[in-house]
Design a protein around this ligand. Structure first.
Ligand SMILES: [Ca+2]
Ligand SMILES: [Ca+2]
Length: 237
């Protein structure tokens, strides 16, 4: 027979499981390129005749990486993501996007758009306030929400609705590969560890709030119930 205390235990176990599912669903669908054995379908844009990156089996962060060398003046060139990062990425709204960049060559670095996310008729831009450390791997990371500095090309700050529209049908995801002014043929950009969906933003999603609220309520109720029981027990001694 299911006693009251065992029912409460079952209910608590259920809530714990529900919470674990909330968090584990985030890491179950991570998309990544670590270039362990190939260029994984990445291409190059806005770099003159160069449209394919060079795969390097070593020198990455760690292991393999991809790179390309500046072949066109006037615009920064981009690494373009393959099909795995495109299409319906709605589930990654409010999730993280990160990657590692390393560039070679000496000279002054220039500020420019770092990520272009194109989809649903929108081009969303991310311009990080920092530049890669010369000669070192530098990790760049953002979240796909309205609190992370995304801008609509030709418009203002991107809203959550803009992010959701673009993510519903991503047609291009581009990461800047060029950071040095001038130096055609002399500066090389390297990319490793592109990871989409590894983390959620600090503010929990509504579903998580609901479960957390239920758990908090239950724990408060159980604490009060135990306090009453202890009080009754001390009175009976
Ligand atoms: Ca690697
Ligand atoms: Ca350059």
């Amino acid at each position: 027979m299911l006693t009251r205390s065992s029912f409460v235990s079952f209910a608590f176990l259920g809530l714990q499981t529900a919470c674990l599912l909330c968090w584990s669903s985030v890491s179950a669908d991570v998309i990544s390129s670590t270039f362990d054995a190939s260029a994984e379908g990445w291409t190059i844009s806005s770099n003159g005749a160069s449209t394919t990156p060079v795969f390097m089996a070593t020198g990455g962060n760690p292991g393999g990486m991809i790179q390309d060398t500046d072949a066109q003046s006037g615009v920064a060139w981009f690494f373009d993501a393959p099909a795995a990062f495109l299409g319906d990425q709605s589930r990654h709204f409010n999730h993280s996007l990160s990657y590692d960049i390393r560039h070679t060559g000496s000279g002054s670095l220039f500020d420019a758009t770092d990520i272009r996310l194109i989809g649903g008729g929108l081009t969303l831009l991310q311009n990080f306030p920092t530049l890669p450390n010369p000669g070192d791997w530098t990790t760049f990371s953002t979240f796909l929400n309205d609190s992370s500095g995304w801008q609509v090309s030709g418009g203002g700050a991107a809203t959550n609705a803009d992010l959701q529209t673009a993510l519903a049908n991503v047609t291009a995801l581009q990461i800047r590969g060029e950071y040095l002014s001038g130096a055609i043929g002399g500066d090389t950009g390297r990319l490793d560890n592109v990871i989409l969906g590894a983390n959620t933003a600090a503010v929990p999603e509504p579903g998580t709030f609901a479960v957390a609220g239920l758990m908090g309520g239950f724990l408060l109720w159980r604490k009060r119930r135990r306090a009453v029981a202890t009080e009754l027990m001390s009175e009976s001694i």
